[in-house]
Design a binder for this molecule. Structure first.
Ligand code: AMP
Ligand code: GLY
Length: 432
């Protein structure tokens, strides 16, 4: 089977790595890909939202299945685009249509959806430019801190946690009256602050059946000890020690099942990944957000823990046959450390020469913002540049290996967090 992966990050390199191990694969393409995917697949220089260009490539290379990595093409309706066209309709796509992708594309939609189907989530109310005054008055009655969320996609920047009333009012004004995030902030949710520990659960849905994939914890802040600016993700760990069986059981019963049943009731045939961002509040799961895709860098720790053939798993998803698949997992701990360009998540440089070591046993290097110059020379080409993943029987040794590998990846201005997974050791005292 010829397969196309859409995207260019560490997530897509991880998909390419896993898919290329399958004997059910004939040829693999990635659009646009990076220097890492180029080692495993043919990179096609097509932008992720260039649907016409993607359609042409699909015909030219007889591509039978597409796996969509990022949210942008999903929210813009890549699946609808393919289903509408007679000559493309048969191409299998792993990813929801635009209706399903609203789970991520509109926080107002997903909040209403959760409220309608009784899925535990923070209390919230939505305001627009026309109801700005009501919004400001509403803020006066809320406790602090308080969370403001732009409704639409804002490249991970649309959530503001305000510590003071003045800050909250100013942010609400900027988002609604000054369109701080453009159209994305034409509606703003004011949401109760939940205090707890975050983790993410990933669900693969074929429209009828589902599989729950390994959970993961992400590290969003730039600095050690969760300090500093928010990023796309500086590291990830799977499994998550505090997500014990009882907690995951609650997630399945209270979140996953009602989410999938709700989608069906809404007439949405959801084919693809659902990334459920959760807050564990004293042992109870609350949904913070849904994403209509896998996480990055979460994918880099989730996929190495899946033993099942990835092409079979993706094909069964696209064909509505997930009930025929047995998901088998690797019990080892996987840790990803993301190596970023100096200055990220603010301004950073691109085009720096990279020295990348060979991955030792039980380690994997996934490229993110990299590109090839000639056949062998790899240059930095993004903020999150490359990801060092290690697997081991214990969290501590996975941590050490992932750190060691990250340290040996060299380029000017390189930076990575030194504490990925460290906060989780306390949940494991007896085992480490
Ligand atoms: P989101 O873009 O919805 O993932 O939000 C970004 C981050 O803001 C989350 O990963 C949380 O750390 C934080 N956050 C979002 N909503 C809440 C909430 N209701 N309470 C506390 N923290 C939140
Ligand atoms: N790492 C967070 C995300 O993929 O949204």
């Amino acid at each position: 089977m010829n397969i196309l992966i859409i995207g260019s990050g560490g997530r897509e390199h991880a998909f390419a790595w896993k898919i290329s191990q399958s004997k059910n694969l004939t040829q693999l393409f990635v659009a646009p890909g990076n220097a890492g995917t180029a080692q495993l697949a043919t990179n096609l220089p097509i932008a992720v939202s260039d649907f016409t260009g993607i359609a042409q490539a699909v015909k030219e290379h007889n591509i039978e299945m597409i796996i969509v990595g990022p949210e942008d093409p999903l929210v813009k309706g890549i699946v609808d685009f393919f289903k509408k066209d007679k000559s493309l309709k048969k191409v299998k796509i792993v990813g929801p249509d635009a209706a399903g992708a609203q789970l991520e594309g509109s926080k107002d939609f997903s909040k209403n959806f959760m409220q309608k189907y009784g899925i535990p989530t923070a209390a919230s109310q939505t305001f627009t430019k026309d109801t700005l005054d009501e919004g400001l008055a509403y803020l006066e009655k809320q406790s602090l801190p308080i969370v403001l969320k732009a409704d639409g996609l804002a490249a991970g920047k649309g959530v503001i946690i305000a510590e003071t009333l003045a800050e909250a009012k100013q942010s609400l004004h900027e988002m609604l009256a000054e369109a701080k995030f453009g159209d994305a902030s034409s509606k703003v949710l004011i949401e109760q602050y939940l205090s707890g520990i975050e983790l993410s659960v990933f669900v693969l849905s074929d429209g009828k059946n589902y599989k729950i994939l390994p959970e993961a914890k992400d590290y969003k802040r730039i600095g050690d000890g969760d300090k500093g600016l928010n990023t796309g993700g500086m590291g990830a760990v799977s499994p998550v020690p505090f997500a014990n069986e009882a907690f995951l059981q609650k997630v399945e019963e209270r979140v996953v099942k009602p989410t999938l049943a709700g989608l069906q009731t809404e007439g949405i045939k959801y084919v693809g990944f659902i990334f459920v961002g959760l807050m564990n509040v004293g042992g109870e799961p609350y949904v913070i957000e849904y994403n209509a895709r896998m996480g990055d860098p979460e994918t880099e720790v989730v996929l190495p823990r899946i033993k099942t053939d990835m092409v079979k798993l993706m094909k069964a998803t696209a064909e509505g046959k997930l009930d025929k698949i047995k998901l088998s997992l690797n019990p080892k701990v996987a840790i990803a450390t993301v190596v970023v360009a100096g200055g990220y998540p603010e301004d950073y440089r691109k085009g720096d020469l990279m020295i990348i070591p060979k991955a030792e046993k039980d380690t994997i290097i996934f490229h993110a913002g990299t590109k090839l110059a000639g056949d062998k020379i790899v240059l930095t080409n993004g903020g999150r540049v490359i990801v060092s993943v290690a697997m081991a029987r214990t969290l501590n040794s996975a941590r050490q290996k992932s750190q060691r590998l990250a340290k040996n990846i060299i380029f000017d201005g390189r930076y990575y967090r030194k504490d990925i997974g460290k906060d989780l050791l306390k949940f494991l005292k007896e085992q480490e």
